[in-house]
Design a protein around this ligand. Structure first.
Ligand code: LLP
Length: 415
């Protein structure tokens, strides 16, 4: 557990607030974030990269709440977006358009228009077809689109296959072997300005070596282009640094930064990175209540009021999230499957956890700040959770719990 989430006597606290107080006051399931954890994480990142001109573009998809985007914007962050909606969030949260990079394999014409009107820093182009469309759209608006290609370096990120993006068979980026020809083509197009090169090889990486291997491959292309007179202004090395959920030992932010800075030493390009998980993952937890304890023939179940729709990672990736009771009891712990109320066998949050709990107790699902709320859904017509940000002893509601009425407000019967 981090310093931001800690037990005082037998109560789990975030900063100076007992999480059980939040659970009682706002109900469950509820996401809770520590403002100090978020800002300290960002500052560590900025500090680690300060020796050269760099821009830290927070990956909005990992946690797009406006309060979180606003906090990072105030700390100087740029943003990595993958959809027009994310750009609208960044702007609504006070983020600067000229610090936004736009990744994603399927940018629509409308999204391109939105980003061109806002004046983003760079489109990370992921195919030749997208390049042609962007040139056309920019031309029709009398604009010039700043671009980089997301190059797929064919490097194994050694992470979960669903979140590995830098291998040949992946849908992401342009093939390494096509990149030079595409750059030549793009640099001759009237409504595009080639400004950088980008790569992102996956998420939850727990070693530095794949980042360095990818960087070296990308730099070889940058140098070949420079020799032909195509000079790039920035290098975007993506996100992907992993965090500790259970027993992983990822490199620290400082170690990761040192390795990247070493790989680009002596070069003049500005550096961009796109961290998501490492800035928010361990800054948030999901609070839930034990509805029932159900003894089974082989396994005991703790049926809680959070489910796969609130936190999808266990169901989707078999991901591990720590489970901590908000009140530690002296009783002997029993082993439980922690499951939600959704009608799917895949609706589990944690397997085989030793817990001393009673019906009505509150639990925290740990390390839930990244890809938790952002991947939640309304499956089973379950309103999405509330979100809270704690700052010292202040409790801020940063997203109200959804109501069922909101869920079907846009639907019509036609009889
Ligand atoms: N940049 C690009 C282009 C990305 O696709 C991603 C994440 C990031 C940056 C941020 O990566 P991070 O620093 O967060 O690893 N839902 C999955 C993770 C999906 C990651 C997708 N891309 C999960 O819950 O593990």
């Amino acid at each position: 557990m981090s310093n931001y989430f800690h037990y005082q006597q037998d109560q789990l606290f975030v900063e100076n607030v007992a999480l059980a107080d939040i659970a009682r006051r706002f109900g469950t399931p509820t996401y809770v974030y520590s403002r100090a954890a978020l800002s300290d994480g960002y500052r560590q990142f900025a500090e680690a990269f300060k020796e050269r001109e760099s821009l830290i573009c927070f990956a909005v998809k990992s946690n797009p709440n406006l309060a979180i985007l606003n906090l990072f914007a105030k700390l100087g962050a740029g943003f990595d977006i993958v959809a027009g909606g994310e750009l609208q969030r960044v702007l609504a949260a006070g983020g600067a358009a000229n610090k936004v990079v736009f990744s994603g394999v399927g940018k629509s014409e409308a999204e391109m228009r939105l980003a061109l009107s806002a004046g983003i820093l760079c489109f990370n182009v992921e195919s030749e077809a997208e390049l042609l469309r962007l040139n056309e759209v920019a031309g029709s608006m009398g604009k010039v689109a700043p671009i980089s290609f997301r190059v797929n370096p064919n490097v194994d990120a050694k992470t979960h296959p669903y979140i590995s993006t830098g291998l040949k068979q992946s849908k992401f980026g342009v093939a390494y072997t096509d990149a030079l020809a595409l750059y030549r083509k793009a640099s001759a197009m009237a409504h595009l300005r080639v400004t950088g090169m980008d790569c992102h090889i996956g998420s939850q990486l727990t070693e530095v070596s794949p980042f360095i291997a990818a960087t070296e491959k990308v730099l070889a292309l940058v140098d070949t282009l420079a020799a032909e007179g195509i000079k790039l202004e920035h290098l975007d090395l993506g996100g992907g640094l992993g965090i500790r959920y259970n027993d992983e030992t990822p490199p620290s932010i400082a170690e990761y930064a040192q390795a990247l800075l070493g790989a680009v030493q002596g070069r003049s390009e500005k550096l961009i990175v796109e961290p998501g998980r490492v800035l928010v993952g361990n800054a948030g937890v999901l609070l839930t209540k034990v509805e029932y304890l159900k003894p089974g023939e082989e396994k005991h179940f703790a049926i809680v009021d959070a489910a796969m729709n609130d936190l999808m990672r266990p169901a989707l990736y078999d991901a591990y999230h720590g489970v901590q009771p908000l009140l530690r009891r002296a009783a002997t712990a029993k082993e439980y499957e922690v499951v939600g109320p959704v009608c799917e066998s895949g609706d589990f949050l944690a397997h085989a956890r030793k817990l001393a709990i009673e019906q009505g107790d509150f639990l925290a699902l740990m390390s839930a700040g990244a890809y938790g709320m952002s991947m939640s859904s309304n499956y089973n017509t379950r309103p999405r959770a509330a979100e809270i940000m704690v700052d010292g002893d202040a409790i801020h509601l940063i997203r109200e719990r959804e109501t069922v009425q909101q869920l079907f407000a846009g639907e019509k019967t036609f009889l």
